[in-house]
Design a protein around this ligand. Structure first.
Ligand code: 5GP
Ligand code: ZN
Length: 151
């Protein structure tokens, strides 16, 4: 869909650090992460809110999200806890109108930096994007874990 940044990423016209792709969804690193290793999983088909997606695709999206969580944990990210989050609609602070599941690892004593990034996120200010090299390194580390996890 025109003007959708996630459709641009899916089409390969906008850069992204890709973690996983299959015939219905794509996972990539969030450019303004709320925690180290923050991943987004999106359906390939443009849809704004969950009820627009067929049931099988919704289920698959969360199945992949669970695999990404396992890969993060295998790397030691979010060992003490993670957010699995979907902002379904503008009233729920959805900024990008293309369905996406956030998997956000949390670390010990990260409350302050996470809260300040969350403030920037909710206000739409977002702050500085994380360097592509760092996102690529994280995506590569996650990709190496996934063959062990997804069968
Ligand atoms: P929402 O508030 O819609 O649930 O979250 C949208 C997320 O998309 C934010 O965490 C934001 O950092 C991320 N995001 C926005 N634009 C881009 C982009 O161009 N590339 C990537 N990788 N993430 C993006
Ligand atoms: Zn889209």
């Amino acid at each position: 869909m025109a003007d959708c940044i996630f459709c641009e990423i899916i089409a390969g016209r906008a850069p992204a650090s890709i973690v996983y792709q299959d015939d219905t969804c794509l996972a990539f690193m969030d450019i303004h992460p709320l925690g180290r290793g923050h991943v987004l999983i999106v359906p390939l088909e443009h849809a704004v809110q969950l009820p627009e997606l067929p049931d099988a695709q919704r289920t698959h999206l969360f199945r992949v999200a669970h695999h990404i969580l396992d890969a993060q944990r295998a790397l030691g990210w979010g060992k003490r806890g993670s957010h699995i989050l979907l902002n379904d609609g503008p009233q729920a602070n959805q900024m990008v109108p293309h369905i996406h599941v956030h998997i956000i690892p949390r670390e010990k004593r990260d409350a302050l930096p996470t809260l300040s990034r969350l403030f920037l996120h909710i206000t739409g200010l977002m702050g500085r994007a994380t360097a592509r090299t760092s996102l690529d390194e994280q995506a590569s580390a996650l990709r190496q874990q996934l063959p062990e996890i997804i069968h």
